[in-house]
Design a protein around this ligand. Structure first.
Ligand code: SF4
Ligand code: SF4
Length: 260
């Protein structure tokens, strides 16, 4: 069926480092094709020009860390037909969610000379804790191919093809030798969502869990394996508490190894 107008795409930033938005701009070869299919109506990282909503597809980067942003995401949801969260900040609270395990007010005077001007929430929370979302793209940063597939999927009314399997499958697909089996190196790959293409294992390093928990991750079993390889309880807390520290499965597992 012939479209009468191009679908409108908007990209929104909340608490984040902009790395996922840069991943969109890094789609150099594909960006012109995307621009031909959609109207890039709001994307301040790329252009100051902004076209009024409503928008057919909103990509949301970043977590909610202020009252202002908690209200702003409600408005973004209202003007978006589909809302897809992109990256560990938006899907799990990001590295800034480490504050969820501490008292952020304690850090304030250490970090800022005038903390009375800082107005933030005690927690960093994913977008899905505030509004209904249509799809989540994991990773820190996101994977370009998964992003392009998700944009195409929502514009054509199909489900994205993002696979829910673990990084271990990606190791097998690229023919990488397992660093745990071959060298006894602890690796988060068995519980981590695919998307990076097993970059770290292919350079003889264990997976850092950038893409967060896969579907039904057996984190307790993996932790037992790590302890067997010589890792400490503290190592496990640090491993599960990084970019996706507040994702349910990783948060629960890190808390299980935290000693008072
Ligand atoms: S997920 Fe990572 S790359 Fe993306 S905005 Fe957050 S910190 Fe940056
Ligand atoms: S190196 Fe890590 S991700 Fe790759 S197969 Fe081994 S455990 Fe899985």
């Amino acid at each position: 069926m012939r479209r009468t107008r191009k679908p409108k795409l908007a990209v929104w930033k909340f608490a984040s480092c902009d790395g996922c938005q840069l991943s969109i701009l890094n789609c150099e070869d594909e960006l012109l094709a995307i621009a031909g299919e959609v109207e890039i109506a709001h994307f301040l990282e790329a252009s100051r020009a902004s076209v009024k909503g409503p928008y057919d597809l909103s990509l949301v980067e970043g977590s909610i860390t202020t009252e202002h942003d908690a209200a702003r995401i409600q408005q973004v949801r209202r003007v978006s037909k589909y809302l897809v969260t992109i990256g560990a900040c938006a899907t799990a609270g990001g590295i800034q969610a480490l504050r969820n395990f501490s008292d952020v007010q304690e850090f304030m005077p250490i970090v800022y000379t005038t903390p009375e001007y800082v107005d933030i929430l005690d927690t960093s929370t994913p977008i899905a804790h505030h509004v209904p979302i249509d799809f989540e793209l994991r990773g820190c940063p996101i994977n370009k191919n998964q992003l392009l597939d998700a944009i195409s999927a929502f514009l054509h009314g199909r489900r994205p093809n993002t696979l829910p399997h673990s990084v271990c499958v990606e190791c097998k697909l690229r023919g990488a030798v397992c660093v745990t089996v071959a060298h006894g190196i602890p690796c988060l790959g068995p519980v981590t969502h695919a998307g990076c293409g097993a970059i770290c294992p292919s350079y003889d390093r264990g997976c850092y869990g950038c893409f967060g928990p896969k579907e039904t991750p057996n984190t307790a079993s993996l932790s037992d394996r790590w302890l067997h390889l010589g890792a400490s309880e503290r190592d496990l807390v640090h491993a599960f508490r990084s970019f996706n520290a507040s994702a349910d499965a990783f948060r629960t597992e890190s808390e299980a190894h935290e000693k008072d």
